[in-house]
Design a protein around this ligand. Structure first.
Ligand SMILES: NC(=O)C1=CN([C@@H]2O[C@H](COP(=O)(O)OP(=O)(O)OC[C@H]3O[C@@H](n4cnc5c(N)ncnc54)[C@H](OP(=O)(O)O)[C@@H]3O)[C@@H](O)[C@H]2O)C=CC1
Length: 259
C-alpha cells in the first residue's frame, strides 16, 4: 500500500454488514477499490457481484486473503474459528475485525499473523456513507477507508472501543421505545397508521436536531423542555434516576461481557 488508499479489499462473511460496506464503497462517484467476497453468504455475494463491476466472489476464504491488501472479517463471532482457522495472512496485509466481542489478541492467535489488526464498528448506514465508524487502534489506511463511508473515529485502546461497542447495543431498544409509544396510542383508540406516522414524524425531528453539533446532547434535551411542561413531566416521572440507573447497569453488564 503506497498511500492511504487501498485498491483491493476482501470481505470474509458477506451478510448484513458486509453487504452494507460493499454498497457504500460503490455508492460514491470516484474510483472504488476492487472487492473480493467469500463464497459463504452465497446469495448475497452473488447478488453483489452481479450488481457491481469489480466485485467478485472467490472460491474460498484463502483466495479472498490472497487477492486483497485489506481483509475485513465480518462473520458472526461463533463462526470465526471455523471461518479463519488455517488461513495464511501475510504480514503486509491489513486485517479489519468487525466481530463484536473478539479482541485483537484473540484474533491474532487464530490467524497467527504479524499483520496489523484493527477493530472497527461500521453500522448499516455506511451503505449511504452516513455512519461514523469507531476504529482501534488508529491505522491510516483503515481510517481512510471508513472516512469514505461517513467518517472514522479512532480510539486509543480496546477499553474505549468496547464502550462504543456497548453503545451500539442500544439501537433496537430505541426502536422498541417508539413501538411502545405507538401501541400506547392505538390502545387509546388511535388508528395504527396515524399513530405510526405521528411517532415517526416526532422522532425524525429529533434526528434532525441532532445534526446541530453546536449544542451538547444534554443541552438539546434541556432546550426542548418547557419548565413544568409535558416533557418535563414524562422525563421526571418515567425516565427518573432509577430508570437511568437501570439503563447504565444494563450497559455495564454488556460492557463486562465484551471485555
Ligand atoms: N449487522 C451490523 O450492523 C454489524 C455487525 N457487526 C459484526 O459483524 C459480524 C457479522 O454481522 P452480520 O453481518 O449482522 O451477520 P450476518 O449473519 O448477516 O452475516 C454473517 C455472514 O457470515 C457468513 N459466514 C458464516 N460462516 C462463514 C465462513 N466459514 N466463511 C465465510 N463466511 C461465513 C454467513 O454466511 P451464511 O449465511 O452462509 O451462514 C453470513 O453471510 C458480527 O460478528 C457482528 O458482530 C459489526 C458491526 C455492525
Amino acid at each position: 500500500m503506497e498511500d492511504d488508499t487501498v485498491q483491493r479489499i476482501g470481505i470474509i462473511g458477506v451478510g448484513e454488514i458486509g453487504r452494507a460496506i460493499v454498497e457504500g464503497l460503490r455508492s460514491g462517484s470516484g474510483a472504488s477499490p476492487e472487492v473480493f467476497l467469500s463464497p459463504r453468504g452465497a446469495r448475497v455475494a452473488a447478488e453483489l457481484s452481479k450488481r457491481f463491476e469489480g466485485v467478485q466472489v472467490c472460491a474460498d476464504n484463502q483466495e479472498v486473503v490472497d487477492r486483497s491488501e485489506l481483509v475485513i472479517i465480518a462473520v458472526r463471532r461463533q463462526d470465526h474459528h471455523e471461518a479463519l482457522a488455517g488461513l495464511k495472512v501475510d504480514d503486509d496485509k491489513a486485517v479489519v475485525n468487525l466481530m463484536a466481542g473478539v479482541a485483537i489478541d484473540d484474533l491474532r492467535r487464530t490467524l497467527a499473523t504479524g499483520a496489523p489488526i484493527v477493530r472497527a464498528i461500521p453500522l448499516p448506514a455506511v451503505r449511504e456513507r452516513r455512519s461514523v465508524t469507531v476504529t482501534c487502534p488508529s491505522h491510516p489506511v483503515v481510517n481512510a477507508l471508513f472516512e469514505q463511508l461517513g467518517g472514522a473515529l479512532p480510539v486509543a485502546d480496546e477499553d474505549a472501543f468496547n464502550v462504543f461497542s456497548a453503545l451500539t447495543g442500544t439501537l433496537t431498544a430505541h426502536y422498541a421505545y417508539l413501538a411502545t409509544l405507538t401501541s400506547w396510542a392505538t390502545g387509546h383508540g388511535i388508528a395504527p397508521d396515524a399513530a405510526d406516522r405521528y411517532v415517526r414524524g416526532l422522532f425524525q425531528n429529533v434526528g434532525r436536531s441532532l445534526n446541530d453539533e453546536s449544542r451538547p446532547v444534554h443541552q438539546l434535551a434541556a432546550d426542548h423542555e418547557t419548565p413544568k411542561g409535558n416533557n418535563e413531566r414524562i422525563r421526571t416521572t418515567w425516565f427518573d434516576p432509577a430508570n437511568a440507573a437501570a439503563l447504565k447497569e444494563a450497559l455495564d453488564s454488556l460492557l463486562s461481557d465484551l471485555k
